[in-house]
Ligand binder design. Structure first.
Ligand SMILES: NC(=O)c1ccc[n+]([C@@H]2O[C@H](COP(=O)([O-])OP(=O)(O)OC[C@H]3O[C@@H](n4cnc5c(N)ncnc54)[C@H](OP(=O)(O)O)[C@@H]3O)[C@@H](O)[C@H]2O)c1
Length: 257
C-alpha cells in the first residue's frame, strides 16, 4: 500500500481511538493527538498492531494548541483527517460556569473550525484528501441538561453539510459522523454531570462499531454516517417531531437524578 498519513484528534480513548485503530488496520501511518498523556498509551497499543504512530499532547480548545498541531503537520501530505476531539458537559445551563461553557465552545466549535479551515484548504490545493468530522445526532435534538454541547454539534453537522456542497468539485471529501449515545468515557469525565444522569446507565452503542461505520463512510466518500439504529431514526424523523417533544425526551435522559 502507498505511504499514507491519517491524522486523528482525540484518539486516546473512545471513538477516536477506534477510528485510529481502523486507520492502522488499513495500513496508514498515524499522527494522533489528545490533551492528556494517555495518548502515549493509545499509541503503544496501535504500534502493537504494526502501525507507525506519532503523538502530540496538545490542548485543542486553544489557538496555541491548534497552532502546535499545525506546525507538526502543515508541510505533510495529509490523506485522512479525523476532527474528532470533543467534550460534553451535562448539567443545567445556569449551573455551569462560563469557563466550562466557553471551553466546550472553543474546542467543539471554534478550534475545530480553525483546524478544518487549515486542513481543508491544504487538501483542496493538493486536489485530494478525506476528512471525517465527529458531529453528533445530538445536533438534531435541542438538549436540555447538555444544551451547549448539543448546540455545538448542531453547528458542526450544519458546517459539514455546507462544506460538502462547496467542496463537491475540489477532490476533498467530507463525511459527518453522527453517533447516538456511545459507550465511551465522555459521560463520566471530570466536570461532566451526565455521569449522574440516566443516560450514563443506559445501554449505548459500541465505539468500535461506531468508528467502523464512520471509517467505511469516509472511505466511500459518503456525506453522513448515522452508525446506530437510534441515530438513523432520529435523523429521519427529527424534522417531523415538534421541538418541545424532542427536548422532553432529551431531558429524561440527561437530567441528573
Ligand atoms: N460518546 C457519545 O455518546 C458520543 C455521541 C456523539 C458524538 N460524540 C463525539 O465523539 C467524539 C469523541 O468522543 P468520545 O465519546 O469518544 O469521548 P472520549 O472517549 O472522552 O474521547 C474524547 C477525546 O477527545 C480528546 N480531547 C478532549 N478535550 C480535548 C482537548 N481540549 N484537546 C485535545 N484533545 C481533547 C480526549 O483526550 P484527553 O483525554 O487527552 O482530553 C479524547 O481523546 C467527540 O467529538 C464527541 O462529542 C460522542
Amino acid at each position: 500500500m502507498a505511504d499514507t498519513l491519517a491524522v486523528i484528534t482525540g484518539a486516546s480513548t473512545g471513538i477516536g481511538y477506534e477510528l485510529a485503530r481502523r486507520a492502522a488496520e488499513d495500513g496508514h501511518r498515524l499522527f494522533i493527538c489528545a490533551d492528556e498523556p494517555e495518548i502515549e498509551h493509545a499509541a503503544e497499543k496501535l504500534r502493537r498492531l504494526g502501525a507507525t504512530v506519532e503523538t502530540l499532547i496538545v490542548d485543542l480548545s486553544t489557538r496555541h494548541g491548534v497552532d502546535a498541531l499545525w506546525e507538526r503537520i502543515a508541510d505533510r501530505d495529509i490523506d485522512l483527517f479525523f476532527a474528532n476531539a470533543g467534550r460534553a458537559l451535562g448539567h443545567a445551563f445556569d449551573e455551569q460556569t462560563w469557563e466550562q461553557i466557553k471551553t466546550r465552545i472553543d474546542l467543539n466549535v471554534l478550534q475545530t473550525t480553525s483546524v478544518l479551515h487549515k486542513v481543508g484548504r491544504k487538501m483542496a490545493a493538493r486536489g485530494e484528501g478525506r476528512i471525517l468530522v465527529t458531529g453528533s445526532i445530538g445536533g438534531f435534538v435541542p438538549g436540555p441538561h447538555d444544551a451547549v454541547y448539543d448546540a455545538t454539534k448542531a453547528y458542526l453537522d450544519s458546517l459539514c453539510y455546507a462544506l460538502q456542497d462547496e467542496w463537491r468539485d475540489n477532490g476533498v471529501t467530507l463525511t459527518c459522523l453522527m453517533p447516538g449515545p456511545t459507550e465511551t468515557p465522555i459521560f463520566t469525565r471530570g466536570q461532566n454531570r451526565l455521569r449522574d444522569a440516566p443516560i450514563t446507565e443506559k445501554q449505548k452503542a459500541d465505539p468500535a462499531e461506531v468508528a467502523r461505520a464512520g471509517y467505511d463512510a469516509l472511505m466511500a466518500g459518503e456525506r453522513g454516517a448515522t452508525p446506530d439504529f437510534g441515530s438513523k431514526v432520529v435523523k429521519m424523523v427529527s424534522g417531523l417531531v415538534p421541538e418541545a417533544l424532542k427536548t422532553r425526551i432529551h431531558r429524561a435522559g440527561a437530567e441528573p437524578d
